[in-house]
Write a protein that binds this ligand. Structure first.
Ligand code: TYM
Length: 333
């Protein structure tokens, strides 16, 4: 708690162009917490270097991710928006939590298994201990809720285990957080292979709709989306492609699956795909326009980063000092 307010924390890696999966599963929902919670939204650049990044791209994407946060409705006056590497307490607490995280727990993380298979030439220790850094992000702010897509649920559960383990040895150190996973949009699938999550690191650009894709590109990508050999728009087992498109349509229009089935009764997949592309493009257009304005003013983005980092560091320091004191580290005044 900060004053009377509960705390919300989430983060996005600046590791690639953000997708409508990131938008619908996470970023779009962030602003809904701003009134009731004290919110910290972080651009997690330290997480991004667990796979090799081109430095110029990483720097550019860090600005872009912050601008997108703001373009998606996060007011920096109401939310603490900042960059992870600007607050050293994240890395400091991560080291400590590494010593309270078990090898076996980290070995079971599906993201580690996936990423180490995809980057077999660079299975570094950071990739393995990534969830301890993520736990540090969350626990530093005594977070109550963590809005994420379903792929991050396992990491938040590990964070809870780490917090509970630490609290058992050193009572009342950390708030144990809850993941908040949206009903709809928690797992947007690839348009090219709808059995796989839509991921910003996918090599096939037709698998992904980026938040910043222009209208024609969005419509073209949806038009090419893999579906099935039926022609009926209905939500059913075995219709992964159509189920995914219906989910995306539902997220952008607020309609239920039944309403969508009725709306497209008697229409082929072509009409439906065009409609999905149009609602997606319409919803993203104002975000894109605002994003372009924000990105044009780098000095302002830097001022926001600085202010956010100072604010975050204040709260992070409090938790870190408490942890260090409990552990028996000598504290100088
Ligand atoms: P990242 O950068 O991969 O993704 C950012 C957010 O987007 C969600 N997401 C999706 N949701 C629905 N469908 C998809 N296809 C999809 N793809 C991504 C993710 O679930 C996430 O919420 N480890 C985190 C970043 C992180 C973090 C944290 C999150 C670091 N520290 C502390 C919360 C709290 C990650 O890699 O997210």
């Amino acid at each position: 708690m900060i004053g009377e307010q509960k705390i919300c924390f989430s983060g996005v890696q600046p590791s690639g162009n953000l997708t409508i999966g990131n938008y619908l599963g996470a970023i779009r929902n962030f602003a809904t917490f701003s009134e009731a919670y004290k919110c910290f939204y972080c651009v997690v650049d330290e997480h991004a270097i667990t796979v090799r990044q081109n430095p110029a791209d990483l720097r550019r994407r860090t600005y872009e991710t912050l601008a997108l946060y703001m373009a998606c409705g996060l007011d920096p006056e109401k939310n603490t928006l900042y960059v992870q590497s600007h607050v050293p307490a994240h890395a400091e607490l991560a080291w400590i939590l590494n010593c309270y995280t078990m090898f076996g727990e980290l070995s079971r993380m599906t993201q580690f298994k996936d990423k180490s298979a995809r980057h077999a030439d660079n299975v570094n220790a950071g990739l393995f201990t990534y969830p301890a850094l993520m736990a540090a992000d969350i626990l530093l702010y005594q977070t109550d809720v963590v809005p994420v897509g379903i792929d991050q649920k396992q990491h938040v559960e590990l964070c809870r285990n780490i917090a509970e383990r630490f609290n058992q040895i050193f009572p009342d150190t950390f708030t144990v957080p809850e993941p908040i996973i949206p009903q709809s949009g928690k797992k947007i699938m690839s348009l090219a292979d709808p059995t796989k999550k839509m991921s910003k690191s996918d090599e096939n650009p037709n698998a992904i709709v980026y938040i910043l894709d222009d209208r024609d590109t969005i419509i073209r990508k949806f038009r090419r989306a893999v579906t099935d050999s039926e022609t009926v728009v209905r939500f059913a087992d075995g219709k992964d492609g159509i189920n995914n498109l219906m989910t995306i349509y539902a997220c952008f229009t607020g309609k239920t699956m039944e309403e969508i089935e009725r709306e497209f009764a008697g229409h082929g997949y072509g009409d439906f795909k065009l409609a999905v592309g149009e609602v997606c493009a319409d919803a993203l257009a104002p975000v894109q326009a605002r994003y372009r304005e924000l990105l044009a003013d780098k000095a302002d983005l830097e001022a926001q980063m600085k202010r956010g980092a100072e604010e975050a560091a204040y709260y992070a320091r409090k938790t870190l000092s408490k942890v260090q004191r409990k552990l028996g580290f000598v504290q100088l005044r």
